[in-house]
Structures are given as structure tokens and as C-alpha cells.
Design a protein around this ligand. Structure first.
Ligand SMILES: *Cc1c(COP(=O)(O)O)cnc(C)c1O
Length: 396
């Protein structure tokens, strides 16, 4: 018999979500997460993954991951600081540093974990963090964990950031100040204004922290948003994930040797949680090598993104102002957005609806994530379905 208080809590809260129509039902997929997926026995064109370059299912990564299992086993056996640092981890970190153009890098079990790890290893209750209001949940949680004062600024509003940076600096209340932003914002596909952010940071002696989870492999010819702006020597913390464009799992911080050395002795997920498995680490390193060898997959991703965007725009959809392959199709009304996504699904396209509170009220959208693995035929088929459903629901 469990606790009746827990039962009551769960019943009330689950019902509340259901009543509001925001209880998320998960659809397990019965195939690899490639450009086409199978759900409930049906084949769908997949426009919902973060598998930007198609690497999650790439043969070259499968091969090295299998070899790593044969050679090293399935687990790393310990946390990094005891004896869970295999030479594979060191090789991965060297590859990441090279890829990012920094002195050093440190790998974590996920991108989410990076933000838990890195922010609180450096910031404390006597510090302040300037945080873009649309920053990812893991940044918000990482900031909370640090106990620093969090000062939110309006999304990509450099006037607001400058004003708040100035106030924080001049108040004399804080030992250290940091500004944190996503590199690419995943709901609209817009890119952070890093040159302005770095300029403001310099003016007020503020540390800079860029979480480029959606930028790595995508912007800067694949090397990410910081490289896109040529700011690798100016940004103090470059965060990335190994789970999106890289196609595997894990996350990393790239920065100076001193920073990485500090994180290795002070960041708690590194010290107290078992390290990435041999297969993950080996596959991630292969993916990074592939990105450094060639921009072929990156180029294909952008070609497909541009093709899908042009097609949707021509049909008359509102695709917002994305600067990356992320392609929102903004419907507006929440219920209509959900119906639109459901009808796309019934016709053969898997594109999730994203509505309030994830995005502001009245800006409900179906978000499309084209990848390098999609063919023109798949995108044409998706566009034809968009046209049919868009007309049926009188959106276009
Ligand atoms: C997806 C995402 C993460 C989490 O990365 P995982 O490796 O999936 O844990 C962190 N930050 C941002 C900005 C993200 O978009």
C-alpha cells in the first residue's frame, strides 16, 4: 500500500493537466529514429527529432560503437574521478577541444548535466547571473542550483541586457557576474546575438556562457554558433550536447585549461555520477571527426532546411524568422495547433505541436526539424500533406 497523500496528489495533478489539454501522451517509436519512423505500425515522415545530421543511425558510428563494446565492455565502471576515466574519454575530450577551438574540454553524461555541473561549480550566492528569458530548462535549473541571483533579460534584447548588466555591476552587490544564453533558440530557430553579448560582457567585466546544444553541427559550418561569430577566444564557457547533431548521448564544456581543470575537481555530476559508456564515447568521437573532415552532412542539412522552409512559405504558412534549419509553422490558437499536428500525423507526417506554456499564448506552432537524412521525395511528400491539411483547416 502506497501513501494516500501521493495518490491524491497524482490524481489531482494529472487530471488538471488532462483538463487543460496539456497532458503529453508519449508515442513510442518502433523503428530507429531516422527520417521515417514507425509508430503504431504506421510509417511516418519524421520531422521531430534532433538527429540533425542523421548520425544517430549512421553506419560509421554503429560500427565503432560495436567495436568499442567488444574491446571495452558496456560500462565505464566508475565515476570519472575514481577510475572511470578510460583513455577513450580523454580522446573524446581532446577531439571536442579541437573541434571547438579551445584549450580543453570536459565531457558529461548529458547536456542537461553540463548545466547542472558547470554553473554551480563557478557561481554561488554572492554572484549574479543574467539569463535570457527563453533559455533552456537545464540552464534555469543549473542557475537555481548555484544559488546565485538570477536576473532575467528580455529575449535577445541587447538594450535590456546592457541596462541590467550595468545595474548589477554598479550595485556593487555581487562578486562575480555571468551572462548565459542558448546559442540557438530551439522554439524559433533564432541565433543569439553573441557579438553584442560579448561586447556588453567586456564593458562590465562579466563572464560569458553559451549553451550551443542546437548550434553544434548546425551553425558555423558545423562547429557551432561561437565559431560562427569567430568568438572562441572570447566566450568563457562553450556548452554542447553529444545527443543532437552528434547523434549519441552526453554533453561537454569547452574552455580554457584552467576552467576545465577546475570543473574536474568541483563539478558534481563529474565527481558523483558514472561516466559515459565506451560505445557512447567512441561513437561521439567518430561523429566529431566526421564533422571536422567534411561539411557534407552539414550542407545537406541546410539544403533540406531551406527547401522545406521555401516550400512551406510558398504554400502560405507563417514560418516565423528562423535563422537555422529549425522550421516552426506558426498556427496561433492552441487547440487548432494540436488538431493540425494530429491531422498531419493521420496523413503521414510526424511533427509535434508546441503550445503555451512552452511558447507564449497565441503562438502555438508545429515545429519541423528537417535533417541531412531526409530525401527531397520525403520533403515533397511532407509538403503535399501540409498543403492538404492546411487547406482543410483553413490555415492557408
Ligand atoms: C537539448 C538541450 C540540452 C539538453 O541536452 P541533452 O544532452 O539532451 O541533455 C541542454 N541545453 C539546451 C540549450 C538544449 O537545447
Amino acid at each position: 500500500m502506497g501513501s494516500h497523500l501521493l495518490d491524491q496528489f497524482l490524481q489531482e495533478n494529472v487530471q488538471a493537466l488532462k483538463d487543460q489539454g496539456i497532458y503529453n501522451e508519449i508515442d513510442p517509436i518502433e523503428s530507429p529514429n531516422g527520417p521515417k519512423i514507425r509508430i503504431g505500425g504506421r510509417e511516418l515522415i519524421n520531422l521531430s527529432s534532433n538527429n540533425y545530421l542523421g548520425l544517430a543511425t549512421h553506419d560509421r558510428l554503429r560500427k565503432v560503437a560495436k567495436e568499442a563494446i567488444d574491446e571495452w565492455g558496456v560500462g565505464a565502471g566508475a565515476v570519472r574521478t575514481i577510475n572511470g576515466t578510460l583513455s577513450l574519454h580523454v580522446e573524446l575530450e581532446e577531439a571536442i577541444a579541437k573541434f571547438k577551438g579551445t584549450e580543453a574540454a570536459i565531457a558529461y553524461q548529458s547536456g542537461f548535466n553540463c548545466n547542472m555541473a558547470a554553473i554551480s561549480a563557478v557561481m554561488d550566492k554572492n554572484d549574479a547571473i543574467l539569463s535570457d528569458e527563453l533559455n533552456h530548462a537545464s540552464i534555469i535549473d543549473g542557475c537555481r542550483l548555484s544559488k546565485a541571483k538570477v536576473i532575467r533579460f528580455n529575449h535577445s534584447d541587447m538594450e535590456d541586457l546592457r541596462q541590467k548588466a550595468k545595474e548589477a555591476k554598479e550595485s556593487g552587490q555581487y562578486n562575480k557576474i555571468m551572462v548565459i544564453t542558448d546559442g540557438v533558440f530551439s522554439m524559433d530557430g533564432d541565433i543569439a546575438k553573441l557579438p553584442e553579448i560579448v561586447k556588453i560582457a567586456k564593458e562590465f567585466d562579466i563572464m560569458t556562457y553559451v549553451d550551443d546544444a542546437h548550434g553544434s553541427g548546425v551553425t558555423g559550418k558545423g562547429a557551432g554558433t561561437v565559431k560562427h561569430f569567430g568568438l572562441q577566444d572570447e566566450v568563457d564557457f562553450q556548452i554542447g550536447t553529444l545527443s543532437k547533431a552528434i547523434g549519441v548521448v552526453g554533453g561537454y564544456v569547452a574552455g580554457t585549461q584552467n576552467l576545465i581543470d577546475w570543473l574536474k575537481v568541483r563539478s558534481r555530476p563529474f565527481l558523483f555520477s558514472t561516466s559515459l559508456t565506451p560505445a557512447d564515447v567512441r561513437a561521439a568521437r567518430e561523429a566529431i571527426h566526421m564533422l571536422m573532415e567534411s561539411t557534407e552532412l552539414h550542407d545537406k542539412l541546410w539544403e533540406n532546411g531551406d527547401y522545406l522552409k521555401a516550400g512551406l512559405k510558398k504554400l502560405g504558412f507563417n514560418i516565423g524568422d528562423s535563422e537555422t534549419p529549425i522550421t516552426p509553422c506558426i498556427i496561433g490558437d492552441e487547440a487548432k495547433t494540436q488538431l493540425f499536428s494530429k491531422r498531419l500525423n493521420e496523413e503521414g507526417v510526424y511533427a509535434k505541436s508546441i503550445v503555451f506554456p512552452t511558447v507564449p499564448k497565441g503562438t502555438g506552432r508545429v515545429r519541423n526539424m528537417p535533417t541531412a537524412a531526409h530525401t527531397k521525395e520525403m520533403l515533397d511528400e511532407a509538403l503535399a500533406i501540409y498543403e492538404k491539411v492546411g487547406k482543410e483547416l483553413e490555415i492557408i
